[in-house]
Design a protein around this ligand. Structure first.
Ligand SMILES: Cc1cc2nc3c(=O)[nH]c(=O)nc-3n(C[C@H](O)[C@H](O)[C@H](O)COP(=O)(O)O)c2cc1C
Length: 189
């Protein structure tokens, strides 16, 4: 490799894409529920179980989380590509996205925000901590409940012979997981 400085106009963060896309479901001050895809997300700790998600302070989801600090973190399958993209291009300030797309919800056990019934998985979450960073608020959620479709989920994670998840590339471009490789047992010199 010959590494060079990033050319003008290139975005630094794409070196860390594609990224698994989740959909945050929140309870909002306008009395509605809202859904927003977020690919800037990561597990943080196991004890307690936490997940961090970067939420733009211009988004309605930010307002909703400040209003009601609970959420469900839903994992859509790749079949939901167009829907997920649409959820990420309009704001719950202007549109009732759940009604528009006839999204089916089911009650959560540990939080008062419902889960997305057609997701592959849904995590019930409460804001544990947060930090303002630039234009974003990074929310660290404590995970209070985890629900998965066990047809697709194994002890080692998703069974990609049966389903796939959405990895966000850039703009309208996504990837799916396509190839399984395994590290050798021998130590690398
Ligand atoms: C695949 C995808 C991933 C996104 N990831 C994020 C993210 O991690 N954080 C964020 O603030 N916005 C993200 N966005 C943009 C928001 O989803 C978008 O601004 C949305 O319209 C906000 O909705 P709201 O105003 O109803 O909250 C993403 C959009 C897409 C399509």
């Amino acid at each position: 490799m010959v590494l060079r400085p990033l050319p003008q106009g290139y975005r630094y963060y794409y070196v860390l894409h594609p990224r698994p896309t989740i959909v945050l479901l929140t309870r909002c001050p306008n009395g509605r529920l809202n859904m927003m895809p977020a690919s800037w997300n990561t597990p943080v700790s196991e004890e307690p179980p936490t997940v961090a998600i970067a939420v733009d302070r211009d988004s309605y989801t930010y307002e909703c989380l400040e209003y009601h600090p609970e959420s469900t973190i839903n994992v859509p399958s790749s079949d939901m590509l167009d829907l997920v993209y649409r959820l990420g291009t309009v704001s719950g300030r202007d549109v009732d996205k759940i009604r528009e797309h006839n999204i089916q919800l089911e009650e959560s056990y540990r939080v008062s925000v419902p889960r997305w019934r057609d997701a592959l998985a849904s995590l019930e979450a409460r804001v544990y901590d947060s930090i303002d960073v630039g234009e974003v608020k990074l929310y660290v959620f404590e995970i209070l409940g985890v629900y998965v479709d066990l047809v697709f989920y194994t002890r080692w994670g998703w069974d990609f012979r049966k389903t796939n998840i959405l990895l966000h590339g850039a703009g309208r471009n996504f990837y799916i997981v396509g190839k399984w490789i395994r590290a050798g047992k021998k130590q690398v010199e």
